[in-house]
Design a binder for this molecule. Structure first.
Ligand SMILES: Nc1ncnc2c1ncn2[C@@H]1O[C@H](COP(=O)(O)OP(=O)(O)OP(=O)(O)O)[C@@H](O)[C@H]1O
Ligand SMILES: [Mg+2]
Length: 512
């Protein structure tokens, strides 16, 4: 190696160790990836952005050896491979951290990092040596700036900390490239900062990162280079000072796009839901008091674990309060199941789309109309035409990227599945609509459309409660923001007081 080459490696530039060229992948009726080429150098952080269905996950599945490309070459350390197997990809040092984490809750951090590769004690029973395991994992945790011990059960960690465990696992496998597919989409701001620090730490150790996210300001912060995909094609590369939010959006959607936060058209109406002294089983000693008005969008902010989802579950009849309760239009209500809530006109769009009642094997149309079949029936028979008309309307309202609404829901990209969940509830006529992280994993164009639909609903008198960890969204969309901290409402902010600083102060238990 020459002196200049050595210098290049130590400065983090180096020669590319991974080269993709001419990759193509088609599914019936869709070109998921078309003639895609890229290179990865040691210690580079590459942002990968694009609308829902643009082909980001497809590209990562090809790199992980899960999906075979129709055409193209993957070159690792100069050796070309027409396809990769999962084992190949791992051996080449490519590691994945998925949005849905794959950790075992009841095992310790150390056991998760070394799952399947545990050092054994000598002897007949070959017991796993916990001390050895913990000692082996500690340096990886140190490198990532983790403050928890390797003996901690994973169930006790926050989501950001669990992501750190996944990354520690990647390090222990001597990975050269760590791919993060939407890691931050459910993280609140404080935790997101932590993850961005971890990315910077990987880079400092010469490990490359591919960072996929719809939270564009984070991509700006983290990336050395940003690749933009549209309809499976690479439509632009931004580097250094050229990386900015608007430039990415222009390339992603092919035009300028500003998310318009539309203010309400009339003052808010009377109180629809009045929560008094409500206690959930997570925080049995803390009372929640909250009023939700007709015609308003009330944002519910707070750190992960503050009790927001628990409150939503009680309002929707999934869980019973352990104290206090709530009234609907002045009448005390006691739901014993979510069907009671639906009958009373309260709907919840849950955070977890896997458990959100999507039947993935069903066509898109049926998923949208399923909860409200009666609306599409004549003389007891469901009208296919009415059902299809509704579904096509939703598809165009929310820009669901699918060849037809008769397509199986499982063939949609992650973000497009989330749009189907939303379409399903928006097609009903709710009195109260609770959204839990409504735009998680959704691209910038569709977000704007979802905000517009939310405003239309609230202007028509619906009371909207929006749980969100996306600070831009909370501040932009909400008419008021209630901030939770450890199981109670720490404060409520009128629109004029809604700043990031005020929300964060309340979220950590301070006053403003
Ligand atoms: N198994 C499959 N069968 C049919 N079509 C598929 C399949 N998997 C993906 N597709 C299609 O390939 C295209 C690219 O999907 P991909 O999941 O790569 O998008 P993405 O960029 O990751 O989107 P998102 O931001 O929503 O996660 C989409 O049109 C999707 O519907
Ligand atoms: Mg995806």
């Amino acid at each position: 190696m020459t002196a200049s080459a050595t210098a290049a490696v130590s400065s983090g530039a180096g020669e590319p160790f991974l080269k993709l060229s001419g990759l193509r992948k088609t599914y019936p009726g869709v070109v998921a990836l078309a003639d895609f080429s890229m290179e990865v150098r040691p210690g580079e952080v590459i942002g990968l952005v694009g609308e829902n269905g643009a082909g980001k996950s497809t590209l990562m599945k090809i790199l992980g050896g899960v999906v075979a490309p129709d055409r193209g070459v993957i070159e690792i350390d100069g050796v070309p491979h027409p396809t990769l197997s999962v084992a190949h990809s791992m051996a080449a040092g490519i590691a994945f951290v998925h949005q849905e984490l794959n950790l075992f809750d009841n095992l310790s951090v150390a056991a998760n990092v070394y799952i399947g590769r545990e050092p054994r004690k000598f002897g007949f029973l070959k017991l796993v040596d916990d001390d050895e395991l913990e000692k082996a994992v500690q340096p990886f945790l140190d490198r990532l700036g983790a403050t928890f011990s390797p003996a901690t059960p994973v169930a006790r960690l926050s989501i950001a900390e669990q992501q750190i465990v996944e990354i520690a696992k990647a390090l222990s496998l001597r990975s050269r490239l760590v791919i993060l597919d939407e890691p931050t989409s459910s993280l609140p701001i404080a935790e997101t900062e932590k993850l961005l620090e971890v990315i910077a730490g990987l880079k400092a150790h010469g490990i490359s990162v591919i960072f996929i996210s719809h939270r564009l300001h984070e991509v700006v912060e983290a990336s050395d280079r940003v690749l933009v995909l549209r309809d499976g094609k690479l439509v632009g590369t931004l580097e250094g000072a050229d990386i900015n939010h608007d430039a990415m959006v222009r390339l992603m959607v092919g035009r300028d796009l500003k998310v318009d936060y539309v203010p309400p058209s009339k003052p808010r109406g009377g109180v629809v839901v009045s929560v008094r002294g409500l206690r959930t089983s997570t925080y049995p000693a803390h009372d929640i008091d909250l009023d939700l008005h007709a015609g308003e969008i009330l944002g519910l902010a707070g750190l992960v674990g503050a009790g927001r989802t628990e409150l939503a579950r009680v309002l929707f009849g999934i869980d019973r309060p352990v104290g206090g309760g709530f009234a609907l239009n002045g009448q005390d209500v006691h739901f014993s199941a979510s069907s009671d809530a639906v009958a009373a006109g309260i709907f919840l769009v849950p955070e977890d789309r896997k458990g959100a009642g999507l039947v993935l094997d069903f066509p898109i149309a049926q998923n949208i109309t399923l909860p409200n079949l009666r609306a599409y029936a004549k003389n007891g028979l469901v009208s296919r035409d009415a059902e299809l008309a509704r579904a096509r309307q939703s598809r165009s309202d929310l820009d669901i990227r699918a060849a037809d609404v008769s397509q199986r829901t499982s063939s949609l990209s992650g973000g497009n599945q989330q749009k189907v969940v939303l379409a399903k509830w928006l097609a009903m006529k709710p009195r109260v609509l609770i959204f839990d992280e409504p735009t998680r994993g959704i691209d910038v164009g569709a977000k704007a459309e979802i905000y517009r639909l939310m405003r239309e609903l609230s202007d028509s008198g619906v009371a909207v409660l929006m749980i969100s960890s996306d600070m831009e969204e909370v501040i932009g969309v909400s008419d008021r923001v209630a901030v939770m901290h450890e199981g109670h409402i720490q404060g409520t902010l009128e629109r004029a007081q809604c700043s990031e600083e005020n929300i964060l102060r309340l979220a950590v238990g301070k006053s403003i």
